[in-house]
Design a protein around this ligand. Structure first.
Ligand code: C2E
Ligand code: MG
Ligand code: MG
Ligand code: MG
Length: 287
């Protein structure tokens, strides 16, 4: 048998690959049963104006595995994309997030991440339309976050889909800007309402001068195309100050708030009025 007789490296590679395949199969099986019994969770991360006023939340999928503990979406989303389970998962996330946002006393926006796979295999405008009518959420409060990967596969089809989505009245946000293929023609051709500068640039503020130059340029570019600009992964006051000085419209990151169950943000959504006014003022501002 080649495997037994082969050099050490091949044997290692085989075992390593087998291990990975088994891991994937195991995750897929467990994910399937979790989706079916409604066992996934959503955490919500606040997005604020540069004044600190929270104006939106981003819904982020969470999976607590009874044996493996928390599995990061960075791990299970790619596996679900490969297996096609992402369609079922995304439908759940969309319904859940829209239903949640519709229940808030304050009309904050809700951002939901879409997978490139959905652009290939799903009638997105129909899905979005039915979720909006089921939940009663105003279309303009829904922000659909897509990455450049969704556009590159079939550009013409993506443009048709995005145009239909804009007609429904939802916002389209270009997520993780700067990490993908970042073709400037995307900004010219697609009807984005917002672009989000990826965290990898924000974390280099004060570390690498070129990061500042890129952020400065992206904010200018976005504004000249009438798009709002969000910075993601803002963790320090220094980063916040720089982004404010540059006129960045929206701030998201641990400095504003971590992704958490929506109950921990009930004062911001207006669903409970906190007796402790020193933490949150009535304007929904984080102090
Ligand atoms: P993303 O859409 O770019 O989401 C932002 C990620 O950055 C989140 O990671 C969030 O927890 C993290 N983050 C936010 N602020 C900070 C910060 O200040 N510092 C640091 N170090 N990290 C911060 P998370 O929740 O692990 O999600 C990772 C990615 O998984 C998301 O990136 C998104 O692409 C994907 N994802 C999550 N939920 C869904 C979903 O429901 N559907 C789809 N298709 N993708 C999802
Ligand atoms: Mg996102
Ligand atoms: Mg992002
Ligand atoms: Mg990101």
């Amino acid at each position: 048998q080649a495997k037994r007789d082969g050099p050490e490296s091949i044997r290692f590679f085989d075992t390593e690959m087998e291990r990975r395949i088994r891991h994937r199969a195991c995750i897929q099986r467990d994910l399937q049963s979790t989706i079916e019994r409604n066992g996934l969770d959503l955490h919500y991360q606040p997005v604020a104006l540069d004044t600190g006023e929270v104006v939106a939340f981003e819904a982020l999928a969470r999976w607590y595995h009874p044996k493996k503990g928390n599995i990061s979406p960075g791990d299970f989303i790619p596996i679900a994309e490969e297996s096609g389970q992402i369609l079922q998962l995304s439908r759940w996330v969309l319904r859940q997030a829209c239903q949640q946002a519709a229940s808030w006393k304050r009309p904050l926006d809700i951002a939901v991440n879409l997978s490139p796979v959905q652009f290939q295999h799903e009638d997105l405008p129909a899905l979005i339309g039915s979720v909006l009518s089921e939940t009663g959420l105003a279309p303009k409060r829904l922000e659909l976050e897509i990455t450049e990967g969704a556009l590159i596969l079939d550009c013409d089809r993506a443009l048709v889909t995005l145009t239909k989505l804009r007609k429904i009245g939802v916002q389209i946000v270009l997520d993780d800007f700067g990490t993908g293929y970042s073709s400037l023609s995307y900004l010219r051709d697609f009807p984005f309402s917002k672009i989000k500068i990826d965290r990898s640039f924000i974390e280099k503020i004060g570390v690498q001068d070129s990061a500042k130059a890129i952020i400065h340029a992206v904010i200018g570019l976005g504004h000249s195309m009438k798009m709002a600009v969000t910075a993601e992964g803002v963790e320090t006051e220094e980063q916040l100050k720089y982004l404010r000085d540059e006129g960045c419209d929206l701030i998201q990151g641990y400095l504003i708030g971590r992704p958490a169950p929506i109950e921990s943000y009930a004062t911001l959504t207006g669903n409970i009025v906190s007796p402790n006014r020193s933490i949150y003022c009535s304007g929904g501002r984080l102090e």
